[in-house]
Write a protein that binds this ligand. Structure first.
Ligand SMILES: Nc1ncnc2c1ncn2[C@@H]1O[C@H](COP(=O)(O)OP(=O)(O)OP(=O)(O)O)[C@@H](O)[C@H]1O
Ligand SMILES: [Mg+2]
Length: 315
Protein backbone atom coordinates (compact mmCIF):
# COMPACT_ATOMS: atom_id res chain seq x y z
CA UNK A 1 0.00 0.00 0.00
CA UNK A 2 2.77 2.44 0.95
CA UNK A 3 2.40 6.15 0.42
CA UNK A 4 -0.64 7.42 -1.49
CA UNK A 5 -1.19 11.13 -2.14
CA UNK A 6 -4.52 12.24 -3.55
CA UNK A 7 -4.93 15.74 -4.96
CA UNK A 8 -2.63 17.41 -2.45
CA UNK A 9 -2.32 21.21 -2.64
CA UNK A 10 -0.39 23.56 -0.43
CA UNK A 11 -0.15 27.33 -0.06
CA UNK A 12 2.36 29.13 2.14
CA UNK A 13 0.90 31.85 4.36
CA UNK A 14 1.85 34.69 2.06
CA UNK A 15 0.08 32.90 -0.78
CA UNK A 16 -3.27 32.69 1.05
CA UNK A 17 -4.59 35.97 -0.32
CA UNK A 18 -3.68 35.06 -3.85
CA UNK A 19 -6.28 32.64 -4.96
CA UNK A 20 -4.28 31.11 -7.74
CA UNK A 21 -0.91 30.89 -6.03
CA UNK A 22 0.01 27.45 -4.80
CA UNK A 23 3.42 26.06 -3.89
CA UNK A 24 2.11 22.67 -4.99
CA UNK A 25 -1.20 21.95 -6.63
CA UNK A 26 -3.35 18.88 -7.06
CA UNK A 27 -0.56 16.34 -6.67
CA UNK A 28 -1.46 12.66 -6.81
CA UNK A 29 0.93 9.73 -6.82
CA UNK A 30 1.78 6.65 -4.87
CA UNK A 31 5.06 5.21 -3.76
CA UNK A 32 5.24 1.47 -3.26
CA UNK A 33 7.60 -0.30 -0.91
CA UNK A 34 10.95 -1.05 -2.51
CA UNK A 35 10.90 1.71 -5.13
CA UNK A 36 13.84 3.95 -5.98
CA UNK A 37 12.43 7.16 -7.43
CA UNK A 38 13.70 10.65 -8.16
CA UNK A 39 11.83 13.94 -8.08
CA UNK A 40 13.09 16.57 -10.49
CA UNK A 41 11.98 20.05 -11.54
CA UNK A 42 13.23 23.61 -11.87
CA UNK A 43 14.08 25.67 -8.84
CA UNK A 44 10.90 26.75 -7.07
CA UNK A 45 8.77 24.05 -8.73
CA UNK A 46 7.65 22.72 -5.34
CA UNK A 47 9.86 19.68 -4.74
CA UNK A 48 10.87 20.48 -1.16
CA UNK A 49 7.33 21.52 -0.30
CA UNK A 50 6.04 18.20 -1.57
CA UNK A 51 8.66 16.20 0.36
CA UNK A 52 7.71 17.89 3.61
CA UNK A 53 4.19 16.53 3.28
CA UNK A 54 5.45 12.98 3.19
CA UNK A 55 6.53 12.93 6.82
CA UNK A 56 3.77 15.25 7.98
CA UNK A 57 5.87 18.39 8.47
CA UNK A 58 3.47 20.28 6.24
CA UNK A 59 -0.25 19.76 6.17
CA UNK A 60 -1.99 20.20 2.81
CA UNK A 61 -4.70 22.82 2.39
CA UNK A 62 -6.64 20.23 0.45
CA UNK A 63 -6.24 16.61 -0.58
CA UNK A 64 -5.59 13.38 1.21
CA UNK A 65 -2.53 11.43 2.33
CA UNK A 66 -2.90 7.71 2.98
CA UNK A 67 -0.05 5.83 4.61
CA UNK A 68 -0.48 2.05 4.48
CA UNK A 69 -4.17 2.73 3.97
CA UNK A 70 -4.57 5.08 6.96
CA UNK A 71 -5.53 8.73 6.60
CA UNK A 72 -2.53 10.70 7.88
CA UNK A 73 -4.31 14.04 8.26
CA UNK A 74 -7.56 12.55 9.47
CA UNK A 75 -6.77 13.57 13.05
CA UNK A 76 -6.04 10.23 14.68
CA UNK A 77 -2.87 9.16 12.94
CA UNK A 78 0.19 9.54 15.22
CA UNK A 79 2.67 11.73 13.36
CA UNK A 80 5.55 10.32 15.40
CA UNK A 81 4.85 6.89 13.92
CA UNK A 82 4.83 8.41 10.44
CA UNK A 83 8.16 10.17 11.08
CA UNK A 84 9.79 6.96 12.21
CA UNK A 85 8.66 5.14 9.07
CA UNK A 86 9.12 7.99 6.63
CA UNK A 87 12.43 9.71 7.31
CA UNK A 88 13.13 13.04 5.70
CA UNK A 89 16.73 13.97 5.12
CA UNK A 90 16.99 17.70 4.46
CA UNK A 91 19.52 19.41 2.28
CA UNK A 92 22.75 19.75 4.30
CA UNK A 93 21.51 17.52 7.14
CA UNK A 94 24.85 18.01 8.91
CA UNK A 95 23.66 21.49 10.00
CA UNK A 96 21.35 19.69 12.38
CA UNK A 97 24.06 17.81 14.26
CA UNK A 98 24.17 19.12 17.80
CA UNK A 99 25.28 16.52 20.37
CA UNK A 100 28.74 16.34 21.98
CA UNK A 101 29.65 13.00 20.46
CA UNK A 102 28.95 11.11 17.26
CA UNK A 103 27.33 8.22 19.14
CA UNK A 104 25.03 10.52 21.12
CA UNK A 105 23.98 12.34 18.01
CA UNK A 106 23.11 9.15 16.15
CA UNK A 107 21.28 7.77 19.22
CA UNK A 108 19.05 10.84 19.43
CA UNK A 109 16.37 9.52 17.06
CA UNK A 110 15.86 6.12 18.75
CA UNK A 111 15.96 7.90 22.16
CA UNK A 112 13.11 10.11 21.03
CA UNK A 113 11.19 7.02 20.02
CA UNK A 114 11.45 5.82 23.64
CA UNK A 115 14.10 3.08 23.41
CA UNK A 116 16.38 2.50 26.44
CA UNK A 117 19.99 3.67 26.29
CA UNK A 118 21.46 0.25 25.54
CA UNK A 119 19.10 -0.32 22.58
CA UNK A 120 19.68 3.23 21.33
CA UNK A 121 23.43 2.71 21.29
CA UNK A 122 23.06 -0.66 19.63
CA UNK A 123 20.94 0.88 16.87
CA UNK A 124 23.37 3.79 16.57
CA UNK A 125 26.38 1.48 16.17
CA UNK A 126 24.55 -0.54 13.53
CA UNK A 127 23.76 2.65 11.63
CA UNK A 128 27.39 3.81 11.93
CA UNK A 129 28.52 0.59 10.36
CA UNK A 130 25.97 0.98 7.56
CA UNK A 131 27.22 4.43 6.58
CA UNK A 132 30.88 3.52 7.06
CA UNK A 133 31.78 5.62 10.10
CA UNK A 134 34.61 3.85 11.99
CA UNK A 135 33.81 2.80 15.59
CA UNK A 136 36.75 4.81 16.95
CA UNK A 137 34.90 7.98 15.93
CA UNK A 138 31.99 7.37 18.25
CA UNK A 139 33.36 9.63 20.99
CA UNK A 140 34.52 12.33 18.59
CA UNK A 141 32.68 15.61 18.38
CA UNK A 142 30.56 15.63 15.21
CA UNK A 143 31.80 19.16 14.59
CA UNK A 144 35.39 17.95 14.27
CA UNK A 145 34.61 15.74 11.27
CA UNK A 146 34.99 16.46 7.58
CA UNK A 147 31.99 17.56 5.54
CA UNK A 148 31.48 14.10 4.02
CA UNK A 149 31.78 12.40 7.42
CA UNK A 150 29.30 14.83 8.97
CA UNK A 151 26.83 14.04 6.20
CA UNK A 152 27.22 10.31 6.92
CA UNK A 153 26.77 10.83 10.66
CA UNK A 154 23.59 12.80 9.95
CA UNK A 155 22.34 10.02 7.70
CA UNK A 156 23.22 7.43 10.34
CA UNK A 157 21.05 9.39 12.80
CA UNK A 158 18.14 8.92 10.41
CA UNK A 159 18.89 5.25 9.67
CA UNK A 160 19.13 4.47 13.39
CA UNK A 161 15.36 4.93 13.49
CA UNK A 162 15.10 2.12 10.95
CA UNK A 163 12.77 3.91 8.54
CA UNK A 164 10.97 2.12 5.71
CA UNK A 165 11.01 5.18 3.47
CA UNK A 166 13.97 7.46 3.01
CA UNK A 167 13.15 10.82 1.47
CA UNK A 168 16.18 12.91 0.59
CA UNK A 169 16.35 16.52 -0.57
CA UNK A 170 19.44 16.91 -2.74
CA UNK A 171 21.50 14.49 -0.66
CA UNK A 172 24.84 14.92 -2.45
CA UNK A 173 24.87 18.72 -2.66
CA UNK A 174 28.29 20.01 -1.62
CA UNK A 175 30.03 16.61 -1.57
CA UNK A 176 33.13 15.89 -3.66
CA UNK A 177 33.17 13.16 -6.31
CA UNK A 178 34.19 10.39 -3.95
CA UNK A 179 31.77 11.45 -1.21
CA UNK A 180 29.01 11.53 -3.80
CA UNK A 181 29.84 8.05 -5.14
CA UNK A 182 29.95 6.66 -1.60
CA UNK A 183 26.58 8.13 -0.75
CA UNK A 184 24.94 6.82 -3.91
CA UNK A 185 26.35 3.33 -3.37
CA UNK A 186 25.03 3.43 0.19
CA UNK A 187 21.57 4.43 -1.08
CA UNK A 188 21.66 1.65 -3.64
CA UNK A 189 22.63 -0.84 -0.92
CA UNK A 190 19.86 0.39 1.37
CA UNK A 191 17.35 0.02 -1.43
CA UNK A 192 18.49 -3.32 -2.84
CA UNK A 193 19.58 -5.13 0.31
CA UNK A 194 17.65 -3.46 3.12
CA UNK A 195 14.56 -2.89 0.97
CA UNK A 196 14.27 0.74 2.01
CA UNK A 197 12.15 2.79 -0.38
CA UNK A 198 13.98 5.83 -1.69
CA UNK A 199 12.70 9.10 -3.09
CA UNK A 200 15.30 11.73 -3.76
CA UNK A 201 15.36 15.22 -5.18
CA UNK A 202 18.22 15.97 -7.50
CA UNK A 203 19.20 18.65 -9.98
CA UNK A 204 21.77 16.32 -11.53
CA UNK A 205 20.17 14.34 -14.32
CA UNK A 206 23.15 11.97 -14.57
CA UNK A 207 22.80 11.04 -10.91
CA UNK A 208 19.11 10.43 -11.52
CA UNK A 209 19.76 8.31 -14.61
CA UNK A 210 22.39 6.25 -12.84
CA UNK A 211 20.24 5.50 -9.81
CA UNK A 212 16.50 5.97 -10.01
CA UNK A 213 14.15 3.50 -11.65
CA UNK A 214 11.28 5.99 -11.70
CA UNK A 215 11.22 9.75 -12.22
CA UNK A 216 8.60 12.29 -11.17
CA UNK A 217 8.76 15.72 -12.79
CA UNK A 218 7.38 18.92 -11.30
CA UNK A 219 6.71 22.20 -13.03
CA UNK A 220 5.27 25.30 -11.33
CA UNK A 221 3.84 23.26 -8.45
CA UNK A 222 2.29 20.56 -10.60
CA UNK A 223 3.34 16.99 -11.21
CA UNK A 224 3.58 16.75 -14.98
CA UNK A 225 5.35 13.42 -15.57
CA UNK A 226 5.61 10.22 -13.60
CA UNK A 227 7.12 7.26 -15.37
CA UNK A 228 10.12 4.95 -15.66
CA UNK A 229 13.48 6.71 -15.94
CA UNK A 230 13.93 5.74 -19.56
CA UNK A 231 10.44 6.89 -20.59
CA UNK A 232 10.79 10.27 -18.86
CA UNK A 233 14.19 10.97 -20.39
CA UNK A 234 12.95 9.98 -23.83
CA UNK A 235 10.78 13.16 -23.71
CA UNK A 236 13.73 15.45 -24.32
CA UNK A 237 11.81 18.27 -26.03
CA UNK A 238 9.18 18.60 -23.30
CA UNK A 239 11.83 18.52 -20.60
CA UNK A 240 13.72 21.27 -22.40
CA UNK A 241 10.69 23.54 -22.46
CA UNK A 242 10.55 23.40 -18.66
CA UNK A 243 14.26 24.04 -18.28
CA UNK A 244 15.45 20.48 -17.74
CA UNK A 245 18.12 18.67 -19.69
CA UNK A 246 18.47 14.97 -20.37
CA UNK A 247 21.42 13.13 -18.80
CA UNK A 248 24.80 13.64 -20.46
CA UNK A 249 25.13 9.88 -20.85
CA UNK A 250 21.99 9.87 -22.97
CA UNK A 251 23.09 12.96 -24.92
CA UNK A 252 26.40 11.25 -25.65
CA UNK A 253 24.75 8.01 -26.71
CA UNK A 254 22.33 9.94 -28.93
CA UNK A 255 25.19 11.71 -30.67
CA UNK A 256 26.92 8.37 -31.29
CA UNK A 257 23.67 7.19 -32.76
CA UNK A 258 23.25 10.20 -35.00
CA UNK A 259 26.89 9.77 -36.03
CA UNK A 260 25.81 6.43 -37.49
CA UNK A 261 27.32 4.11 -34.89
CA UNK A 262 24.15 2.38 -33.73
CA UNK A 263 20.57 2.15 -34.90
CA UNK A 264 19.07 1.74 -31.44
CA UNK A 265 19.73 0.59 -27.91
CA UNK A 266 18.85 -3.04 -28.50
CA UNK A 267 21.35 -3.23 -31.34
CA UNK A 268 24.00 -1.88 -29.00
CA UNK A 269 23.12 -4.45 -26.35
CA UNK A 270 23.28 -7.17 -28.99
CA UNK A 271 26.85 -6.18 -29.70
CA UNK A 272 27.80 -6.92 -26.11
CA UNK A 273 28.93 -10.48 -26.76
CA UNK A 274 31.02 -9.61 -29.82
CA UNK A 275 32.58 -6.74 -27.94
CA UNK A 276 33.40 -8.89 -24.93
CA UNK A 277 35.04 -11.55 -27.11
CA UNK A 278 37.07 -8.93 -28.95
CA UNK A 279 38.04 -7.40 -25.62
CA UNK A 280 39.23 -10.74 -24.23
CA UNK A 281 41.29 -11.38 -27.35
CA UNK A 282 42.79 -7.94 -27.28
CA UNK A 283 43.62 -8.26 -23.59
CA UNK A 284 45.54 -11.44 -24.30
CA UNK A 285 47.53 -9.78 -27.05
CA UNK A 286 48.20 -6.52 -25.32
CA UNK A 287 48.85 -7.63 -21.79
CA UNK A 288 51.59 -5.06 -21.36
CA UNK A 289 49.42 -2.19 -22.54
CA UNK A 290 46.57 -3.38 -20.29
CA UNK A 291 48.90 -3.40 -17.32
CA UNK A 292 49.77 0.18 -18.07
CA UNK A 293 46.08 0.90 -18.31
CA UNK A 294 46.59 2.56 -21.66
CA UNK A 295 44.41 0.53 -24.01
CA UNK A 296 41.67 2.87 -25.14
CA UNK A 297 38.10 1.61 -25.24
CA UNK A 298 36.47 1.18 -28.61
CA UNK A 299 33.31 3.17 -29.32
CA UNK A 300 31.23 -0.01 -28.91
CA UNK A 301 32.79 -0.77 -25.54
CA UNK A 302 32.19 2.76 -24.39
CA UNK A 303 28.57 2.71 -25.52
CA UNK A 304 27.91 -0.58 -23.75
CA UNK A 305 29.47 0.75 -20.58
CA UNK A 306 27.17 3.77 -20.76
CA UNK A 307 24.13 1.51 -21.18
CA UNK A 308 25.20 -0.62 -18.24
CA UNK A 309 25.76 2.25 -15.89
CA UNK A 310 22.55 4.15 -16.55
CA UNK A 311 18.87 3.47 -16.35
CA UNK A 312 17.78 6.01 -18.91
CA UNK A 313 17.83 3.81 -22.00
CA UNK A 314 14.74 2.22 -23.44
CA UNK A 315 15.46 -1.43 -24.01
N1 LIG B 1 8.76 29.10 3.67
C1 LIG B 1 8.18 29.59 2.57
N2 LIG B 1 7.35 30.66 2.61
C2 LIG B 1 6.76 31.13 1.50
N3 LIG B 1 6.89 30.60 0.28
C3 LIG B 1 7.71 29.55 0.15
C4 LIG B 1 8.40 28.97 1.29
N4 LIG B 1 9.14 27.93 0.87
C5 LIG B 1 8.93 27.84 -0.47
N5 LIG B 1 8.07 28.80 -0.89
C6 LIG B 1 7.59 28.99 -2.28
O1 LIG B 1 6.97 27.79 -2.72
C7 LIG B 1 7.34 27.45 -4.05
C8 LIG B 1 7.98 26.07 -4.07
O2 LIG B 1 9.20 26.12 -3.35
P1 LIG B 1 10.09 24.84 -3.03
O3 LIG B 1 11.10 25.24 -2.04
O4 LIG B 1 9.17 23.73 -2.68
O5 LIG B 1 10.75 24.58 -4.46
P2 LIG B 1 11.90 23.55 -4.88
O6 LIG B 1 11.41 22.85 -6.10
O7 LIG B 1 12.30 22.73 -3.73
O8 LIG B 1 13.09 24.53 -5.32
P3 LIG B 1 14.69 24.30 -5.24
O9 LIG B 1 15.05 23.39 -6.37
O10 LIG B 1 15.23 25.68 -5.46
O11 LIG B 1 15.03 23.75 -3.89
C9 LIG B 1 8.25 28.58 -4.51
O12 LIG B 1 7.48 29.48 -5.23
C10 LIG B 1 8.75 29.21 -3.24
O13 LIG B 1 9.02 30.58 -3.42
MG1 LIG C 1 14.11 22.53 -2.65
Amino acid sequence: MGIVLKNISYQYKDQWQKEKQYAIRDISFSLEKGEYAALIGHSGSGKSTLLQHLNGLLRPVSGEYLFDGENVFGGKFPLQKLRQKVALCFQYPEYQLFEETVLKDISFGPKNLGFDQHTCEEKARKAMELVGIAPDLEDASPFALSGGQKRRVALAGILAMEPEYLILDEPVAGLDGKGKDNLFSLLRYLNEEKKITILLVSHDMDDVAANARRVLVMNHGELIMDDTTEKVFSREKELKTIGLAIPQALQFYNSLKSGGYFKNVSETWNKKKTVETAQAERNGKTAQAERNGKTPLTVEELAIRILEENRCFEK
